[in-house]
Design a protein around this ligand. Sequence first.
Ligand SMILES: [Zn+2]
Length: 663
Amino acid sequence: MEQVTILLTGGTILTMNDDLDVITNGALAIKDEKIVAMGPTEDITSRYQAQTTLDCSGQYILPGLVNAHTHVPMTLLRGMADDLRLDVWLMGYIMPVEREFVSPEFCQLGTRLACAEMIRAGVTSFADMYYFESDIARIVDEVGMRAMLCESILKFPTPDASTYEESLAYTQSFIEEWQGHPRITPTVAPHAPYSNTRETLEKSTALARDNNLPLMIHIAETQREVDDMKAERSMRVVNWVKEVGVLDVPIIAAHCVHIDEVEMRMLKASGASVAHCPSANLKLASGIAPVSQMLDLGLNVAIGTDGPASNNDLDMFEEMRLAALVAKVNPIDPTAVPAHTALTMATRNGAKALGLEGKVGVLASGMLADVIVIDAQTTHNTPHFDHNPQAVYSQLVYASKSHDVRHTICHGKFLMKDRQLTTLDEAAIAKEAAAFATEVGQFLSEREENTLSKLIAVGIDVERSESFEVQIKAILDDPSQIENLLSHEYVDVIRAVHYRQYDSYFIFNDAEGSRVRYREDDGIDSTGNVASVRMRLTYTSATKERAFHDTILLSHSRFIAPASHPLRFYEEYFKASEERQLQKERRRWHIHYQGTLFYVNLDRVTEPALDDLYIEIKARTWSQKDAENKADMIREMMAIIGVESTDVVHQDYLDMAKNEITG
Ligand SMILES: [Zn+2]
């Protein structure tokens, strides 16, 4: 009798080989990290004896599942912000929290939590994309799972690098440190074409190519990504990554929700794999990837959970089931992606995607022993139809649950035996994760209470503007009166501009009296055409006012930032108590009056329309004395124009517009 480490006997073995052979009453012998024999139980037990023999009758024995795309430390952000659009979710919540909290300790704890969850659900291999991958690798090494770990490269600063040069250097040393590990493949992940430049894509690819490694990248997750790419480069997303050279190495292309047949063929020709992530695509309403078309063209499609903040779990049973179900929707074809195909995607196709073809993903003598055992005798999996060879796949994909997994073996070692994890302390992980969630919760609730900190969280270049202003506003009966001032001997006109301004005000009922204005400033040229467009956000809190006769001294707390997202983003992100629109035509002059700088605005509010034309004169100021002097000068200028003091108004346009509507 030959001595082996583990014998699994009496189970139904799903080999997932080319012929999808199933062995009923089968046994599997594992010696060290490898499967050494497989066949009918009687045959195997007559030749082998083991330190550990498990009776698997009434159970399925199959290859460990492969999660082909995830971000494991994000388990710690699970449930933090949900049911939001991708940009609001990512830029408004996930990235600000990541900037604040992601550290080596965060990644280690998040990886422990994720590994515990995946081992419980029968996953033995995964492909990760995140930061501090070197810390993630240390945990994966300890825990005993198999993984392709991809360090993220972005054109923006990341939690572990302030520049992409730093990221690339980090990735290089991460690869050197871990390459050759029996279970870990260290590599690189340019996050996505839209979050990288041509140069960062090229350099990331070179790093993978020079080290003979695959790489991971998000591709065509949303229609917007495709539209932006077409607008910017007049091509589709896969065409662009091919042009840049990314397809020179085998890639895992996560999502591929919006790719056409030409792109599918390009991916296939390059040896790429697609990581289909149905839960995340459904939850973020990105769409349904054309998986059966990809499979028909011979493209290798694996399945991933994506990060647990957008799923919200790492359950490959759920993903397999969804992969089979959603594939049937668009072609209206119940035969699309049958159960055995979904299981193939989650096992051998996943192995191929991770560069592990011929090593894991199929059960056969000589393969690495990544094996799971699943209870088939549960109520939700009763009864069984032995006459139909396909029934076993239906049971697994449409009825089995992740908690039916009894044993998880990776690289010949038990990571879970009889539902007990062998390498992780779940109670300790849960306690640490709870403490972390409390901290993040405090950070977010403080931020949510304060509109300015919410603005700063999404505005990269928030700049504090002037804090004191002296100004007057009045009705102007005749626009030509302005010439009295502009042609006056004391006045030098420095600059004259014409704008059409589209303002959306977000009004908050908070203690600060916060307002955020989203303004589209269309610069109008002398022929009346739009010559420039600029979008800006301005935050103001309640204004403290002091009057000098007719003039008003305003004390602002004011912050200005370029608006890099569409208006809809800010609407969904700020969730203001009220939103109001205002449009106006503004002619603006920068003038020196007796050598002092003033701004003169001639405004016509067009929406909601106000009957009168208004003139504003304002100047920045810094002291009480200066404010009083400038207030006097403004009154002199109003007299030159011919404005009566009875024409002076104290309300702002927004309030006048409101009175106009309500009154
Ligand atoms: Zn992802």
